[in-house]
Write a protein that binds this ligand. Structure first.
Ligand SMILES: [Mg+2]
Ligand SMILES: [Zn+2]
Length: 176
């Protein structure tokens, strides 16, 4: 069996503007260049998997059903742009729940590894929070890119292999 190389993407702040606890289609705004970047990944032979903390569900800010509806909408918009998302994993828990899936814990990556044959050495994690980068480290995803859209400490930035301003800019980094 051929191992898939995967680009793991965080959702809020990477794919869509993070206006905090985004749960409605009308509030979901794709960031410029996202489709262009994802088409680039696909062309290089990567699969795309989204891993997202959605504690808004556990906090009862929105329901699982709200999340599912928004998720279907998001995947459809990707499809309209000829991009098939292989899978979306989400953690619905609050930090206090101490679950195994809330990033930077590795539960969501383990779920992906159970379902797909993934070549972590040739895979990437891209996120806008330090917990996304810690997830990459904790689950042995070799490469990580931090999208820095909020001020961050230098030590934190240095945990990732690369720092850019948007997903579109990762096109210049992920080349094979
Ligand atoms: Mg984020
Ligand atoms: Zn969880």
């Amino acid at each position: 069996m051929i191992n898939k190389k995967v680009v793991f993407l965080d959702r809020d702040g990477v794919i869509n503007k993070d206006t905090s606890y985004v749960s409605r289609i009308e509030d979901f705004e794709f960031i410029d260049g996202v489709f262009k970047a994802c088409l680039h990944f696909k062309k290089l032979g990567f699969e795309i998997i989204i891993v997202t903390n959605q504690s808004g569900i556990g906090r009862a800010y929105f329901t699982q059903d709200d999340f599912n509806k928004l998720n279907e909408y998001m995947k459809k918009e990707f499809l309209k742009n000829s991009i098939e998302i292989l899978d979306v994993f989400y953690c619905p828990h609050k930090p206090e729940d101490k679950c195994e899936c809330r990033k930077p814990k590795t539960g969501m990556i383990n779920q992906a590894l159970n379902l797909y044959d993934i070549d972590l050495k040739n895979s990437w994690m891209i996120g806008d929070k330090i917990t996304d980068i810690e997830l990459a480290i904790n689950s042995n995803i070799k490469n990580s890119i931090l999208i820095s859209n909020t001020p961050m400490k230098k030590e934190e930035k240095s945990l990732s292999n690369f720092v850019v301003n948007s997903l579109e800019e990762t096109i210049n980094i992920i080349k094979e």
